[in-house]
Write a protein that binds this ligand. Structure first.
Ligand code: B1M
Length: 247
């Protein structure tokens, strides 16, 4: 961020190292939003450790420092202010912080907001967009099981059986591989599993009509939309379950 870069300089115009330890908690969290935005992995790792040392819970660091920072990144990505390379750097910085928090979160049993199995479909080895989506979903509080590239229907279904996610995400970048999404969805239908999962699809050659035609629940134009859509479907599932309980 331009303005924050300037904040890191002294009056002489020369770079001055900002000592994160000198910042009070709220300013440090804000600085971490900026550092995430700027893709500064080491600073994010340092900030994460400082907040933990000061007694913040892993969940609070995740929510208030990392997820909030990534939310801002997501908005600017959606609005065309940030581009893929910057978002990948931000996601990488976030991963640095999350690597520190992950074991602590597992220990405290902090609930995730939902579980997603995601993969690039059979015949397709493009994974940059899918990885970005996975990282942004993790950043938003989802547990993500990433099946990688070239994933066939059997692998998707085996992962659904093993991990019992809320959402199945599929990615395809080739016009020749996008029809494979229908194969996976049809296989789900054949097994009688279709209604058990929300199916989200994405990838540059797709659109809403395609998603509807193959029987997906929604098309996600980009990672920010994927996060918003996944959250929306989780809220709907929550409401449906709530209504069933009170019926
Ligand atoms: Co390939 N490639 N490529 N390629 N490649 C494209 C896709 C292409 C459009 C280039 C072109 O010709 N202009 C073209 C496809 C044409 C078509 O089908 N109509 C193409 C081709 C033809 C090929 C090969 C066949 C080339 C060859 O060998 N002759 C070959 C295919 C190999 C295979 O898959 N079997 C191939 C190979 C490669 C590389 C290996 C060199 C490399 C991939 C590296 C990697 O992924 N690790 C590569 C790349 C980098 C590209 C381009 C240049 C960039 C793709 C990318 O990463 N974009 C691409 C051209 C382009 O798209 N401009 C191209 C950035 C990424 C962040 O965006 O993936 O769209 P994207 O993801 C977005 C959204 O789509 C959405 O969110 C993401 C983040 O915002 N999204 C999801 C994606 N997945 C989602 C899943 C969700 C939700 C949202 O689930 C819920």
């Amino acid at each position: 961020m331009q303005s924050e870069d300037a904040d890191r300089e002294d009056g002489s115009g020369e770079d001055e190292e900002l000592d994160l330890r000198t910042l009070p908690d709220d300013e440090l969290a804000k600085q971490m939003h900026d550092d995430l935005y700027d893709g500064l992995k080491e600073e994010i790792e340092e900030g994460t450790n400082i907040l933990l040392e000061r007694g913040w819970t892993a969940k609070r660091v995740l929510d208030d420092a990392l997820v909030e920072g990534m939310r801002i990144v997501g908005i600017d990505f959606r609005d065309g202010i940030l581009f893929v390379p910057e978002v990948l750097l931000a996601a990488n910085a976030m991963k640095g912080g999350m690597a520190i928090l992950r074991p602590l979160l597992a220990e405290t049993g902090a609930a995730t907001i939902g579980k997603v199995v995601i993969g690039t479909v059979k015949g397709d080895i493009h994974d940059i967009g899918k990885n970005l989506v996975g990282m942004m979903l993790e950043g938003a509080g989802f547990e993500v099981i990433d099946l990688g590239i070239n994933t066939d229907a059997d692998e998707f279904l085996a992962a659904l059986e093993e991990h019992k996610p809320d959402i199945l995400g599929m990615s395809a970048l080739l016009t020749t591989t996008m029809p494979y999404m229908k194969v996976v969805i049809d296989t789900l239908k054949e097994r009688g599993w279709r209604d058990d999962y929300t199916v989200l699809v994405g990838g540059a050659p797709l659109n809403e009509q395609f998603a509807e035609a193959v029987g997906a629940d929604a098309y996600c134009r980009d990672a920010a939309v994927a996060v918003e859509t996944a959250k929306e479907f989780m809220a709907r599932q929550h409401n449906i379950r709530g209504a069933r309980r009170s019926a």
